[in-house]
Design a protein around this ligand. Structure first.
Ligand code: DDH
Length: 290
């Protein structure tokens, strides 16, 4: 059965805008994180991993229950590095203890994306904390040492199309890989805390050389100091994926529109929002200052 959203009692879009603002201000205040990349990218990654356990076959996992908060999921090897985002959000939760964890993790990603000049992502509240027993087993998140067939098959569990998959992986314009977390090292591009179509531009235009990392993984490196993981590079090796890579490299507006839609779907997978649930388009801090 679908999980039914229940908006936190008495809360209005203005209350969620207050949470947005607190997260956005803390991103600015704690700007030294990860050599001044800041917390934006790791918050986006947490939102994706909190939702990325979804399985449409039995409607298990997903963002709804906020089960990332339980040790089994926090300590999933695929979630290494995300404890930094979890710690970042703890004082936010203390300030707004009425919010569900699923709402907090997804709202954290939407806030970070918008504050990094990404598209506006319409967001709906009402995820409900589920008990520890609802925590999915480890192993539902993707393994980067794979090619296009794996990627296509992996995202079937969510019901995503080829186009949606390519758009979503464009999030790798943000942040970087860290040897200690994943056995990969380096950023995909130059603007690590500004959302853009740079991932696709670099995938097409850089001179890539396949090398082994010190952890024994395969990684593509370019003379500019950028990297791609095998699942990233796969988007160039598959003709259907490549079509969308080219489209997004040529037109950032099209990428932003498609990313917004696919990311919203990712964050809402498996949830039924009853009529009357507000759809909130948050104002950025900049817009509120004007
Ligand atoms: Fe990713 N990602 N990701 N990713 N991801 C990593 C970092 C970041 C895969 C593997 C990794 C998405 C899809 C995939 C972000 C967002 C998104 C790292 C490095 C690995 C490994 C972690 C580390 O070392 O710290 C794989 C495999 C896939 C796949 O789908 C095949 C998607 C869909 C998103 C999204 O947000 C929609 C972000 C942001 C980061 C950077 C994190 C950081 O700390 O910086």
């Amino acid at each position: 059965a679908l999980r039914v959203a229940e908006v936190e009692k008495g809360k209005t879009p203005e209350d969620f805008q207050q949470v947005y603002n607190a997260i956005a201000k803390k991103i600015i205040d704690d700007d030294e994180y990860d050599n001044y990349i800041g917390y934006g990218p790791v918050l986006v990654r947490l939102s994706w991993h909190s939702a990325g356990t979804f399985d449409k076959n039995d409607n298990s996992g997903g963002s709804y229950g906020g089960t990332y908060r339980f040790p089994k999921e926090t300590n999933d090897p695929s979630n290494k590095g995300l404890q930094n985002a979890k710690a970042f959000l703890e004082p936010i939760y203390e300030q707004f203890p009425w919010i569900s964890h699923g709402d907090l993790y997804t709202l954290g990603g939407v806030t970070a994306l918008q504050e990094m000049q990404g598209p506006k992502v319409p967001w709906r509240p009402g995820r409900v904390d589920l008990p520890e027993s609802a925590t999915p087993e480890n192993g539902r998140l993707p393994d980067a040492e794979n090619g296009a067939d794996y990627v296509r098959n992996f995202f079937k569990r969510f019901g995503f199309t080829d186009q949606e998959v390519v758009a979503l992986i464009g999030a790798h314009a943000l942040g970087k890989t860290h040897m200690a977390n994943s056995g990969y090292e380096g950023p995909w591009g130059a603007a690590t805390n500004t959302f853009s179509n740079e991932f696709f531009v670099n995938l097409l235009n850089e001179q890539w050389k396949k090398e082994k990392t010190e952890a024994g993984n395969s990684q593509y490196n370019s003379p500019s100091g950028f990297m791609m993981m095998p699942t990233d590079f796969a988007l160039k090796e598959d003709n259907t994926y490549l079509k969308y890579v080219k489209k997004y490299a040529e037109n950032q507006d099209v990428f932003f529109e498609d990313f917004k839609n696919a990311y919203k779907k990712l964050l809402e997978n498996g949830i039924e929002f009853p009529e009357g649930t507000p759809t909130i388009v948050f104002k950025t801090l900049d817009e509120q200052e004007q």
